[in-house]
Design a protein around this ligand. Structure first.
Ligand SMILES: [Zn+2]
Length: 163
């Protein structure tokens, strides 16, 4: 009995972990393609009885190709991207003093740790200088600007369930 419960629990946590891994791969690699992202290969895993020929062998084949330095015959997974999204759009981040190319990259940037850190730092400096008329006048505008910049991030979120 205890063994049975143990096996069931193990299956559950393994499934949960696999879902988590899939989500991570989708978010980290597939929804943010770029030069630093390696190609992702999909394998047909729905039939356990065909594990060797449809999962193990193709996977080993792809790894083998990488080791030998030539391109695998299998095509990597491509993310269907939003047609309205501009891949070459030009954004300047005043906080980080950086130029970001592409809507998706920009949406990722404004949610990134380094950007949020710069933002926090800037806000703190502003509140220190609150006695000057200048900063009091600038602050509301800056907040408004942030909200506008936040909107590409929201559309990026809406994209994700389609993946
Ligand atoms: Zn930034």
């Amino acid at each position: 009995m205890l063994q049975k419960i143990g096996i069931e629990t193990l299956k559950q946590v393994t499934k949960r972990y696999a879902r988590k891994q899939n989500r991570w791969v989708k978010n980290r690699f597939l929804s943010r393609p770029g030069p630093s992202v390696p190609p992702i290969y999909g394998l047909e895993v729905s039939d356990v009885s065909k594990w060797e020929e449809s999962v193990l062998e193709p996977a080993l084949g792809i790894v083998q190709c990488f080791i030998q330095g030539h391109k695998p015959t299998a095509a990597p997974i491509k993310m269907p991207y939003n047609e309205t999204e501009n891949k070459r759009s030009y954004h300047t981040c005043d906080f980080c003093d950086r130029i970001i190319i592409g809507d998706r990259e920009w949406a990722a940037h404004i949610k990134s740790k380094s950007h949020l850190y710069q933002l926090k730092k800037r806000r703190r400096l502003d509140s220190d200088a609150v006695n000057t008329v200048e900063s009091q006048r600038i602050s509301p505008d800056r907040d408004k600007e942030l909200k506008e910049k936040g909107s590409p991030g929201q559309s990026d979120q809406e994209l994700k369930p389609n993946i």
